[in-house]
Design a protein around this ligand. Structure first.
Ligand code: ADP
Ligand code: MG
Length: 377
């Protein structure tokens, strides 16, 4: 086992990626640049990563034949999709290198396990209650309202969430979610949201990317600004909390940690066991991007230099702007410091992440101004 831990996987080895979304696509691009090959497992024939992978296994995440095929051809396997069944990762763990581990993914993919883990680790979280049945509302202190009810599994981009002013609305929302286990969380007056993306290798070395400042629209990340325009103390606190979480999880891989800032309080919101949307700026703003870092951890190499070389502002591009067909991308290419990334998705649905752009400049304020001008154009 020790020999395996310290062994380095070299190109042109085949790596396995569970999930074929944009995060998987950027992983494939990074792996290809480094000389590796990638097999992607995703049930969608048109998945962004599957289309550019060396091999696309188009099958369900629990398809035995596909899993056996991946285990046979791939020396190491990672994920971009936090809802991949934990059993799938456990299957690969019997014979292959799997990073992050099944246990860490199982914690991150279930809001109750996630919140309990963070709280039990002694880190600050928003006040919450676990709701498994309507009777659980009896023991909820009314002071928690107004609150947000969040389904424990499969929620993303604000989906599976309802803002509720009191018990009646909360019970109605719980029923609407089909009685699934939920977390009822106090609604906070947020001054700021920030996130930290880090990579932790098998020896416990950690490289953190600069803290990003995030704004959301309708529960979906809209803009990330790096470095976050906040105090050094806050930046250091967020970074330290993210590292502590990764250590306590014994995490090996790339981890995204979202924070709420309320006054002088900083709380952990949630964690993602994979690269994170708020880390997309690293593609254009850092010496090593979060996807190369994922390849490096998986293949057992030292972590890349995570330094910011250019302050960056990232803006998500949602399907909403396809209302009159394909947008005029010429306007985006007309800005020299703007980097456009389109994910190659066919169906531009409202709220669907279709791409993003990043503007780099000498400081975050300049980059932000340019990004907002570009968005208007
Ligand atoms: P998702 O899995 O969809 O990212 P989050 O729990 O991160 O779910 O919620 C999405 C966004 O909704 C957050 O980034 C934040 O803007 C807002 N939000 C979530 N929980 C709270 C809360 N307790 N108080 C205030 N705003 C919240
Ligand atoms: Mg979130």
């Amino acid at each position: 086992k020790l020999a395996e831990l310290s062994s380095k996987i070299l190109p042109p080895a085949m790596l396995g990626m569970l999930g074929g979304g944009q995060l998987g696509r950027f992983f494939v691009i990074a792996a290809h640049e480094m000389g590796y090959r990638v097999t992607v497992l995703d049930p969608d024939l048109n998945s962004p990563a599957g289309k550019i992978a060396d091999v696309h296994l188009c099958a369900a995440y629990d398809d035995r034949e596909a899993l056996e095929s991946m285990a046979q051809s791939c020396v190491a396997i990672t994920t971009e999709f936090e809802n991949v069944p934990a059993e799938t990762l456990e299957f690969f763990e019997q014979t292959r290198i799997v990073r992050p581990a099944a246990a860490a993914v199982a914690t991150a993919q279930h809001r109750v396990k996630e919140k309990n883990f963070i709280r039990d680790a002694g880190l600050p979280v928003a006040p919450f209650h676990v709701i498994e049945s309507a009777a659980d509302f009896n023991s909820v202190d009314a002071a928690i309202y107004p609150a947000i009810l969040k389904v424990a599994r499969f929620g993303y981009d604000g989906k599976g969430q309802a803002r509720v002013s009191g018990r009646e609305e909360a019970e109605a929302a719980f029923e609407q979610f089909g009685g699934e286990t939920c977390v009822l969380e106090k609604m906070l007056a947020l001054d700021l949201e920030v996130s930290v993306v880090l990579a932790r290798d098998v020896h416990g070395h950690v490289a953190t990317f600069p803290v990003a400042e995030n704004s959301h629209l309708n529960g979906i990340l809209d803009i990330s600004i790096a470095p976050a325009r906040c105090s050094d103390a806050l930046r250091e606190k967020a970074t330290a909390l993210a590292i502590e979480l990764a250590q306590k999880l014994e995490y090996v891989g790339v981890l995204g940690v979202e924070f709420f800032v309320c006054g002088d309080q900083i709380l952990v919101n949630e964690i993602a066991p994979r690269p994170h949307n708020s880390g997309h700026y690293t593609l254009d703003g850092c010496v090593t991007n979060q996807f190369e870092q994922q390849v490096r951890v998986l293949t057992g190499h030292v972590l890349g230099d995570a330094r910011l070389h250019s302050p960056s502002v990232m803006v998500n591009i949602l399907g909403n702007i396809w209302h009159d067909g394909e947008p005029d991308w010429a306007a985006a290419f007309a800005v020299p410091a703007l980097k456009l990334h389109l994910y190659g998705k066919h169906e531009p649905r409202a709220g669907r992440k279709m791409g993003h752009f990043t503007v780099v400049d000498v400081n975050a304020d300049n980059a932000y101004g340019l990004a907002m001008q570009a968005r208007e154009a």
